[in-house]
Design a binder for this molecule. Structure first.
Ligand SMILES: Cc1cc2nc3c(=O)[nH]c(=O)nc-3n(C[C@H](O)[C@H](O)[C@H](O)COP(=O)(O)OP(=O)(O)OC[C@H]3O[C@@H](n4cnc5c(N)ncnc54)[C@H](O)[C@@H]3O)c2cc1C
Length: 457
C-alpha cells in the first residue's frame, strides 16, 4: 500500500492522462503567494465522474493523498500537495451540461472557469455573478466558498450553488441539493461541501443559480481625502440599503500601483470604485443617492464609466491589483491576507491595520470588497530577509486577531488551506472539533487534501 503502487494503477487507468512531467509537477506544486514549491507525485486529468471515482478508489486502496486542482489561484496553499500524493486537475471536465433559462440555473462540470461560463451564457441574457477577480474554476470557487467584488449584491458561492455531485473518499458518488430554489429536506450537504477545500470529496458537477443581465449598468470611481472618509461613506451606503452591485475600496498605495501598472492617473489618495445594476431609472436613483453620501463624506472627482469598454477597463484594473502591487516592488514576494468584520467595525479595522502596516518596515497596500466588511492587505517582502518575513507574519497575525476581537472572521473569502489553519481554534473553538468529526466520518483514512483546514490531519 504505497503511493508508488497507486501511481502504477492510476497509470493503467489513465494512460497519458497521468502526468509525471517535471513542468506539470512544478506547475501543480506552485501557488500564487508565498508558499514554497511542493510538487505532487503525479497529476491526473480525469474526463468523467466515473474516472474520478476510479481514481479515488485506487488512492483509497493505497493510502495515497488526493488533492483537487481547479485553476490553482487559491491564496492559502489549498491546492498544493504537502504530504505526497496526486493532484487531480479538472481542466478536461469543463463543460456546460445544461442551461435552464426559464429557471435561471445551469449545471456545469467543475473545471469550467467563471469567464468561460459567462461567455457561454451570454446569448441567454443570464450571467453567473460570483467574481473573485482571478479566472478561477467553478469547482475551485465552490471549494473555497469564494466571493469577490459582486458579493455585496449577489452573495457568495454559498448562496449561488444549488446542488452538487461529489465523489466521496471511498469512491461513492452522491448528489446533494436539487434544482429547487429552496428545500427543507434534511442536512444541507451542499453547504457542507461548499467551502470544504476538497477535504471531504471531489466535486464533479455543480448546479448554479443565475442572474438576469441588468438592463442598465453604470460604474464610477471617486476619490477621498482620507481613508476614514472613504470607509465611512461605504458604511453609510450599506446602512442606507442602497443595492450596490460592487463597492470596492483601494487605498493610496494601491492607486499608485494602478498608475504604475495600468497607466492610469488616479490621484494619490483613497478611492471607492462602484457599480450599479438595475433599470435605467433605478440605476440613476441609486447613483444619485450614492453621490449625496459621497459628497457628505468629502468625496470628489467622480468619474463615470457608462460605456461597457470603460467599465471593463475599470474592473480590469481592479482585478489586476495583485499583479500591479507585485510590480510596484520587483522581486518581492506577497503575503496576501483577507479578513472580514461586521460593517460597523470596518472603519476601525481598516484604520488600525493601515496604522499597523505604516509602523512596520513593510509595504502593504490595502484594498477590498468593503461593502461586505471584507478587505485585503498585500504585504510585500523580501523572502531572503528574515526581519521582513517575521514582520509580514506578525502583521497578518495581528490583522486576524483584530478581526476576531471585533466579531469578524480570519478570512472572508480566501479560505484556510495551510496558511490560516492556526486560527481555526480561536475562531471556532469546540466547533472545530465537530468539523474534525465530520472529516473522520467521511474520510476516515484522511486521504482527501490532508494537512489542510482541520486539526492535526
Ligand atoms: C489575483 C487574485 C485575486 C483573487 N481575488 C479573490 C477574491 O476576490 N475573492 C475570492 O474569493 N478569492 C480570490 N482569490 C483566490 C482564488 O481565486 C479563489 O480562492 C478561487 O476560488 C480558487 O479557485 P481555483 O479554481 O483557482 O481553485 P484551486 O486553487 O485550484 O483550488 C482551491 C481549493 O479547491 C480544491 N478544489 C479544486 N477543485 C476541486 C473540485 N472539483 N472538488 C473538490 N475540491 C476542489 C483544491 O484542492 C483547493 O483546496 C484571488 C486570487 C488571485 C490570484
Amino acid at each position: 500500500m504505497t503511493i508508488q503502487r497507486a501511481l502504477e494503477e492510476l497509470s493503467s487507468l489513465l494512460g497519458q492522462r497521468l502526468s509525471r512531467s517535471k513542468s506539470d509537477l512544478e506547475q501543480h506544486g506552485a501557488s500564487e503567494t508565498h508558499f514554497p514549491l511542493t510538487p505532487p507525485d503525479a497529476v491526473a486529468y480525469p474526463e468523467s465522474t466515473e474516472e474520478v471515482s476510479e481514481i479515488v478508489k485506487i488512492c483509497a486502496r493505497n493510502g495515497c493523498p488526493v488533492v483537487g486542482w481547479g485553476a490553482g489561484t487559491s491564496l492559502e496553499g489549498q491546492a498544493q500537495v504537502f504530504q505526497g500524493g496526486i493532484s487531480v486537475d479538472f481542466r478536461n471536465m469543463n463543460k456546460v451540461l445544461q442551461v435552464n433559462p426559464e429557471d435561471m440555473d445551469v449545471s456545469v462540470q467543475p473545471g469550467i472557469t467563471r469567464e468561460d461560463l459567462n461567455t457561454e451564457l451570454r446569448a441567454t441574457g443570464l450571467f453567473f455573478p460570483v467574481d473573485p477577480g482571478a479566472n478561477a474554476s467553478i469547482g475551485g470557487m465552490a471549494s473555497t466558498r469564494a466571493s469577490g467584488t459582486t458579493a455585496v449584491r449577489y452573495g457568495t458561492m454559498r448562496d449561488n450553488v444549488l446542488g452538487l455531485e461529489v465523489v466521496l473518499a471511498d469512491g461513492r458518488v452522491i448528489r446533494t441539493g436539487t434544482r429547487a430554489r429552496k428545500s427543507s429536506a434534511g442536512y444541507d450537504l451542499t453547504g457542507l461541501f461548499v467551502g470544504a477545500e476538497g477535504t471531504l470529496g471531489l466535486i464533479t458537477e455543480l448546479t448554479l443559480r443565475l442572474q438576469g443581465q441588468p438592463e442598465a449598468v453604470t460604474a464610477a470611481v471617486c476619490a477621498f481625502d482620507t481613508l476614514d472618509d472613504a470607509v465611512q461613506a461605504v458604511i453609510t451606503t450599506i446602512q442606507m440599503g442602497i443595492p450596490m452591485a460592487r463597492i470596492e475600496f483601494v487605498d493610496e498605495a494601491t492607486a499608485a500601483a494602478f498608475n504604475g501598472y495600468s497607466g492610469s492617473d488616479m490621484p494619490l489618495c483613497p478611492h471607492l470604485m462602484v457599480e450599479f445594476h438595475g433599470s435605467e431609472s433605478g440605476v440613476q436613483e441609486q447613483a444619485e443617492a450614492f453621490g449625496e453620501i459621497v459628497a457628505d463624506h468629502g468625496g470628489k472627482g467622480f468619474e463615470w464609466a457608462t460605456r461597457p469598454e470603460d467599465r471593463n477597463a475599470l474592473w480590469k484594473m481592479r482585478h489586476h491589483a495583485h499583479w500591479a502591487v507585485l510590480a510596484s516592488k520587483p522581486g518581492a514576494k506577497a503575503l496576501v491576507t483577507d479578513i472580514c468584520v461586521p460593517i460597523s467595525r470596518l472603519a476601525d479595522a481598516v484604520n488600525e491595520t493601515r496604522a499597523d502596516i505604516d509602523a512596520s518596515p513593510i509595504t502593504g497596500p490595502i484594498l477590498g470588497h468593503v461593502g461586505d466588511g471584507n478587505f485585503h492587505a498585500i504585504l510585500l517582502f523580501d523572502e531572503e530577509n528574515p526581519e521582513e518575513v517575521q514582520a509580514v507574519e506578525d502583521l497578518s497575525h495581528r490583522m486576524v486577531e483584530r478581526s476576531l476581537a471585533m466579531g469578524g472572521t480570519a478570512t472572508g473569502e480566501h479560505g484556510i488551506g495551510v496558511g490560516k489553519r492556526k486560527y481555526m481554534e480561536a475562531e471556532h473553538g469546540a466547533a472545530w472539533d465537530v468539523m474534525g468529526d465530520v472529516k473522520q466520518a467521511l474520510d476516515p483514512q484522511g486521504i482527501m487534501n490532508p494537512g489542510k483546514m482541520l486539526r492535526g490531519n
